[in-house]
Design a protein around this ligand. Structure first.
Ligand SMILES: [Zn+2]
Length: 188
């Protein structure tokens, strides 16, 4: 499968899991050889995306392929790839439990005694940055330093991975973890 086919396939999977929809969330992959980024288009149902619709953006930021209009969160993806040259996939969504922390502008300090702490560390919340601008990724380098997930203040969550299967799995696990902590706190 080529990059566009992979992005279309995992976009469909993410929507089937209820993690994204036509208005929320975006997924991408980078071809580290050319530097081109393959990203989902704006305002399209992710489950209906075809490889032809996936936007191809060159290292100068010009869209050079794909019938859709590149996601307005392209800058966020670009910054995540710069922050983590070891990663080839970025997944952004508004997973409700993690996003609750983002709306509270709170880091999600994971319990150091849990196995998941070794994967996530403490998840850092970035300050608010306007949607679709460079302000949205201010501080992302430090936030993703040795950690795969960062919260976007007042907005949502972003995750990097070796590939999209990895990124979606990590974000799903982080969201489940946040949900568990929320439920645990109801028991007190
Ligand atoms: Zn968003």
């Amino acid at each position: 499968m080529n990059y566009a086919e992979i992005v279309a396939k995992f976009s469909c999977m993410a929507e089937e899991k209820g993690m994204v929809n036509s208005l929320e969330g975006n997924l991408s992959m980078i071809d580290r050889t050319t530097g081109n980024i393959y990203i989902t288009p704006s305002h399209k149902a992710k489950r209906l995306l075809t490889p032809e619709m996936i936007c191809v953006v060159d290292p100068q930021g010009e869209q050079i392929g794909g019938t859709g209009k590149k996601s307005s969160e392209f800058f966020l993806h670009e910054a995540a790839y710069k922050a983590r040259p070891d990663c080839n996939a970025v997944f952004h969504c508004h997973a409700p439990y993690l996003t609750a922390y983002a709306f509270a502008y709170r880091d999600f300090n994971t319990d150091p005694n849990t196995f998941l702490h070794t994967i996530f560390g403490n998840i850092v919340c970035l300050p608010y940055g306007e949607h679709g601008t460079h302000a949205i990724h201010k501080g992302i380098e430090e936030a993703l330093n040795g950690r795969p997930v960062a919260l976007l203040g007042g907005h949502g969550v972003v995750c990097v991975g070796e590939d999209l299967e990895d990124a979606i799995g990590i974000l799903e696990a982080a969201e489940n973890y946040a949900k568990t902590i929320f439920n645990r706190d109801q028991m007190k």
